[in-house]
Design a protein around this ligand. Structure first.
Ligand SMILES: [Zn+2]
Length: 446
């Protein structure tokens, strides 16, 4: 409708112009070179209109020829694009199939036809990886990281490469850049955490953990445990630097993050001043996780304590908190034995040998027979029994199996973070010879 009105208006204006020109027939004179052309204004206007119409039809026709499907230029470009896309999909299939040669051939072909496409770079990088050409892969990932549309993907490749090379510093640089680009990406945060922990940068690791633990996952047991481990390591560092207040507050935070984590509980107990608050922490920690390391921390609170006093204090702490726990009975048996309360020690040990026998339990029974009853034969029997007994728990790495006398944030053997668990490990049978040697050594001929 609007088009019709426009057309009508244009025709009306043209008609009016024609009438006006017919009423005012001027003369146009053009002098050019040796020629003089004289004509009327009506003729000139008509000629100009015809030329303009002709040119516009010519241009439209040209444009139609260029862009219609199957035209000369369009056909050429789309044929190249089709070949490029074929090469890309062949390349992706080759990569999935692990065919390194075909992947490289396809990458070269794709590069020829689709030079500036992001997918071409990705295919080239992956083909280089498959051909174990690390240098070429790095060059392609670098190029991807330089383009806004493939920066993140390129960084991911560079991170994998740097990690495979064992270059912690470079991995960290790429990870930080990826984190700036897409803050909060889960795999980036995990990667950052891993590198920072390897570098023992616990302060930055804690900041990353705070970001990871936001929202629902903040209450997850795994996150809370990690907070405790990292907090404990920071507290230990503060203690080494003589920062008493920082040690206490960090140990408190670590203990409240995971009250069952023994190293943090032991450090907190040692860092607190005596008083009811500390007594409460101690009894609570013993109730949640009775452990030999916690016992040592509690025992060391009183310097030069007599054996009788320690026995009384240990009973007052441990019996109300975890009366039936194996570690309570072992700790009290040892305390009673040292206080020469042999009857009481035997009571705990008899119970343990029935319900929770272990190497330590049988060896303590042997000691008891030897010291309390001077019965070397009975002692020898307990020692022999101990060679078949289940082993006492120890800190053992879940990654490499190495055993350690104390807890370590990183396994001393394989450097895996937080890999040690407190558990009983059965040694291989070759150790039988060593156990026989212990028997001979502990029971000297009389
Ligand atoms: Zn290990």
């Amino acid at each position: 409708m609007i088009r019709a009105i426009y057309l009508f208006l244009i025709i009306a204006i043209l008609a009016l112009a024609g009438v006006w020109l017919a009423d005012n027939p001027g003369v146009v004179s053009v002098r050019w070179g040796g020629y003089v052309i004289e004509t009327s204004m009506v003729f000139l206007a008509g000629a100009a209109l015809i030329v303009a119409l002709f040119l516009s039809i010519l241009f439209s026709t040209y444009r139609w020829m260029r862009t219609r499907p199957g035209s000369w230029g369009g056909a050429f470009a789309s044929r190249r694009r089709g070949r490029g896309l074929d090469a890309l999909s062949n390349g992706m299939v080759a990569i999935a199939a692990g065919d390194a040669d075909e992947a490289r051939r396809a990458a070269i072909e794709a590069e020829k036809y689709l030079k500036d496409e992001p997918m071409t770079l990705l295919l080239a990088a992956q083909a280089a990886e498959l051909n174990q050409d690390d240098r070429a892969a790095k060059i392609y990932y670098d190029r991807m990281a330089d383009r806004a549309d493939t920066e993140f993907l390129g960084l991911r490749g560079l991170i994998e490469r740097a990690r495979a090379d064992g270059d912690l510093a470079q991995t960290l640089i790429h990870l930080r850049r990826a984190d700036d680009l897409k803050p909060g990406t889960e795999w980036v945060l995990k990667g950052l955490m891993e590198i920072l922990l390897k570098q023992r940068n616990y302060e930055d690791a804690e900041a990353v953990l705070d970001r990871m633990g936001r929202g629902k996952s903040a209450k997850q047991e795994g996150v809370r445990h990690l907070q405790a481990v990292i907090g404990y390591e920071r507290a230990r560092l503060a203690k080494r630097e003589g920062k008493t207040e920082a040690t206490l507050s960090l140990a408190e935070a670590a203990h409240s993050a995971d009250p069952k984590f023994v190293p943090a509980a032991a450090l907190l107990v040692q860092s607190m001043g005596s008083g009811r608050k500390r007594d409460k922490v101690i009894s609570n920690a013993w109730r949640l996780n009775p452990h030999p390391e916690l016992k040592v921390a509690i025992k060391d609170l009183v310097l030069a304590e007599g054996a009788q006093e320690w026995l009384a204090r240990a009973k007052a702490i441990m019996l109300p908190s975890a009366p039936d726990h194996r570690e309570t009975k072992i700790a009290l048996a040892r305390a009673a034995f040292d206080a020469r309360q042999f009857g009481e020690a035997r009571k705990y040990l008899d119970d343990l040998s029935k319900n929770n026998p272990s190497v330590t339990v049988y060896r303590m029974l042997a000691e008891l027979e030897e010291i309390a009853n001077a019965d070397a034969a009975a002692a020898r029997n307990w020692i022999i029994k101990s060679t078949e007994a289940p082993h006492d728990p120890i800190w053992a790495c879940n990654s490499c199996g190495a055993q350690a006398s104390g807890w370590n944030a990183h396994c001393p053997t394989c450097d895996t973070f937080d890999s040690q668990s407190w558990r009983s490990v059965t040694p291989p049978r070759e150790e039988d010879g060593i156990l026989e040697a212990i028997v001979v050594e502990e029971i000297p001929a009389q």
